[in-house]
Design a protein around this ligand. Structure first.
Ligand code: C5P
Length: 308
């Protein structure tokens, strides 16, 4: 039996370029891995019994346990890559990452399943190959393998690790219900069309990582990082879920250094000065009535790894 711990992510910068011909958007995406994470346990079952899935945790009821689940797809993809025709594994997901929350929880489980099955089946797949398989599963899956802080180019899957100093303290406000990532990207395109700027690759300048943001990460400077947080999907998430504005305001009024929607939302992320500051912001958010719950956490942390 192998258990893998895997982090959620927040995008400290999410620069969204124009809509590409393949239906994706070119990104300058600065991923940041946080300690709030899931655990995926792979248990042996006899070959030929297939890939089965269970899930526990407060949101277990809304996790799809069918073939669309990225953990199950990851197990099958890894087996196929190694020519294993009749894989057998039971995967259990202990879910702490908000579901459909903009924190790449499904992608995290896909990455964790790759690592867990690789260890269970003693395949010793090189990291480079795992990263390629991860990119086939989804744009955010490779980063969950890597962890730390990284710049994601292309649709987010071409990763460059970034230097970072020290630890940053975060709070995540979890909303009721999720948002669909494709729907938020579509709303971003619609808002760009409405504003008259256009949404195609030739209309939108190619995004790039902000030098001030990279410097703040390398210096371990939370105040500077807070000032540099940006998310091009935030107007779209707020358009689809206007109530998130009150969540962002509540965290800021509670003393957060900075606030933004996490990825495609609806989870909101708040950067705090230190661990005590994060605990206070989380408590104020829970009391504010503007979110379902709030978690204080920290990062960066490593990517998907087997627990000893
Ligand atoms: O790669 P993944 O399957 O996670 O992406 C889900 C959806 O999010 C895509 O089908 C696309 O609609 C949108 N997306 C995008 N541009 C990206 C990443 C995702 O438009 N760079």
């Amino acid at each position: 039996m192998i258990t893998v711990r895997v982090p959620a992510k927040v995008n400290v910068q999410l620069g969204v370029g124009g809509l590409r011909a393949d239906g994706f958007h070119g990104l300058a995406n600065v991923f940041f891995a946080v300690a709030l994470g899931d655990e995926v346990t792979a248990s042996p079952v006899p070959a030929g019994e297939g890939v089965t899935l269970t899930c526990s945790g407060p949101d277990a009821g809304v996790v799809p346990l069918d073939d669309s689940n990225l953990a199950a797809r990851a197990a099958r993809l890894l087996a196929a890559h190694h020519g294993i025709a009749d894989p057998g594994v039971h995967l259990h997901i202990a879910k702490a990452i908000p579901v459909a929350g903009g924190m790449a929880g499904g992608s995290a489980d896909g990455a964790a399943a790759l690592v867990a099955c690789d260890a269970l089946w003693q395949l010793d797949t090189p990291m480079e190959t795992l990263l390629e398989l991860a990119a086939e599963l989804g744009s955010d899956v490779p980063f969950a393998l890597l962890g730390g802080v990284a710049l994601g180019r292309g649709r987010g899957e071409i990763l460059e690790p970034l230097p970072v100093e020290g630890t940053f303290h975060w709070v995540f406000a979890v909303a009721d219900g999720g948002l669909s990532t494709p729907a938020v990207f579509r709303e971003c395109d619609r808002l760009r069309e409405e504003a008259g700027t256009g949404s195609g690759e030739s209309d939108v300048p190619e995004p790039d990582a902000e030098p001030a943001l990279l410097a703040a990460l390398a210096d371990g400077d939370a105040v500077a990082l807070a000032a540099a947080l940006t998310n091009d999907l935030q107007p779209a998430a707020l358009s689809l879920r206007p109530a998130l504005a009150a969540t962002l305001r509540a965290g800021t009024e509670a003393g957060a250094l900075g606030a933004l929607v996490s990825g495609s939302g609806p989870t909101c992320a708040f950067l705090a000065k230190d661990a005590d500051g994060a605990a206070a912001v989380a408590e104020a958010l829970r009391a504010s009535g503007t979110c379902r719950t709030a978690h204080a956490t920290y990062g960066p942390v490593p990517g998907a790894g087997v627990l000893a």
